[in-house]
Each structure stands twice: as structure tokens, then as C-alpha cells.
Design a protein around this ligand. Structure first.
Ligand code: HEC
Length: 171
């Protein structure tokens, strides 16, 4: 009896838990419906290169903010998983400048996101929001600190264009 119990305790975590399944499903949705615009991950170094291009008046080599940036930015405003999920599901279905929490620069560079979520099922939206929430660790503040470490603006004057928040945090 005891042996069976212990055996189960070791075996159970190997099976796909609902969260692993959701992660897999969410990633599939991301690849299919989001990755054409949002790269999955961009390093600080690459982001700085993009900023340089933009500051020189060149077109950015990407079509939307990288997903790691989006994830931490949205988490900064909606830290609880429930509210994060609700926000993402709603935003991708009915995107609007007024409700967006991306930086003003993102809207200026890329425009408002198209309503991609309209073509997704409730389940797919849930899965992709879940995946975004759990895929990216860290905080927006930390990310910005690293991002701004070298080269604050091109000539070292003024606050970086990427630093100004679109909205003030509610709390
Ligand atoms: C056609 C290009 C495109 C596709 C495809 C796309 N996005 Fe976006 N997305 C954007 C752009 C541009 C922005 C920045 C402007 C904005 O926030 O609306 C953005 C912003 C976002 C934001 C932040 C919104 C805010 O301002 O607070 C989230 C969350 C997001 N996208 C999720 C997704 C998800 C999830 C998918 C796939 C289901 C997806 N996007 C597919 C272009 C795209």
C-alpha cells in the first residue's frame, strides 16, 4: 500500500498536467497567430540596436514589440494572473489605443494591433494568454534598467524615449 502511494507520487508529475498542456497549446497559438509580428524573445542588446535605428530615423526591423517586452509590460499593469488573462483576451479581440498599456513609442512606431483574437476561439485565447503569462519571468523595471544601462539616448542627453510610460500605474 505504502509502496503504491510513493510510486504514484513520483509518477504523477511526469504526466502532462493541465498547465503543461495549456503551455503547449498556447505556444502553438502564438506561433500560428502572433509570431508573424511579435518575435518570441529579443535581448536587451538587440532592443538597443532597434532603438538606435529608430532614433536615426530608420524603419524598425520588427513589426510589433517583442513578446518578452509585451509580457512584462502588461504584467506591470496587471500583475494578477486573472486580470492579465482578461486583459490579453480582451485586447487581442478589440485592441484600442485607449486601453493599451504599451509604451507610446510602440503605438507610434507600429500602430494599433489588428483584432487578431476575433479569429480565435475562447480556448485559444485563454491558452495564449496563459502561455504569455508563464513563459516570461522577471519584472518590467528590471528589464528597463538593463535595457537603458548603456547608451541613454544617442548622444547621452535626456530621458530615453523608451522610458516614458503610456499610462501611470493605477496603484
Ligand atoms: C499584425 C501584427 C500583429 C499580430 C499578428 C499580433 N500582434 Fe499583438 N501587437 C501588435 C502591435 C503593433 C502592438 C503594439 C500596439 C498595441 O499595443 O496595439 C501589439 C501589442 C500587443 C499587446 C499589448 C497591448 C497593449 O498595448 O497593452 C498584446 C498583449 C499583444 N499584442 C498580444 C498579441 C497576441 C497574443 C497575438 C496573437 C494571438 C498578437 N498580439 C498578434 C501587432 C500584432
Amino acid at each position: 500500500m505504502k509502496k503504491t502511494f510513493l510510486g504514484l507520487a513520483f509518477v504523477l508529475p511526469i504526466f502532462a498536467t493541465p498547465s503543461e498542456e495549456l503551455m503547449k497549446k498556447g505556444y502553438e497559438v502564438f506561433k500560428r497567430s502572433c509570431s508573424a509580428c511579435h518575435v518570441e524573445y529579443m535581448s536587451h542588446k538587440e532592443m538597443r540596436q532597434v532603438r538606435m535605428k529608430v532614433m536615426k530615423g530608420e524603419k524598425p526591423p520588427i513589426q510589433a514589440p517583442p513578446m518578452n517586452m509585451v509580457a512584462l509590460r502588461v504584467k506591470y499593469f496587471y500583475p494578477e494572473e486573472d486580470e492579465f488573462t482578461e486583459f490579453v483576451k480582451d485586447y487581442i479581440t478589440e485592441p484600442m489605443r485607449e486601453k493599451g498599456v504599451c509604451m507610446p513609442m510602440a503605438f507610434k512606431l507600429f500602430g494599433v494591433m489588428p483584432p487578431i483574437g476575433k479569429a480565435l476561439s475562447e480556448e485559444e485565447k485563454e491558452a495564449v494568454a496563459y502561455w504569455i503569462y508563464h513563459r516570461y519571468k522577471g519584472s518590467w523595471e528590471e528589464m528597463m534598467k538593463k535595457f537603458n544601462k548603456h547608451g541613454r539616448g544617442m548622444h547621452g542627453h535626456g530621458k530615453s524615449i523608451m522610458e516614458r510610460p503610456a499610462l501611470q500605474r493605477k496603484d
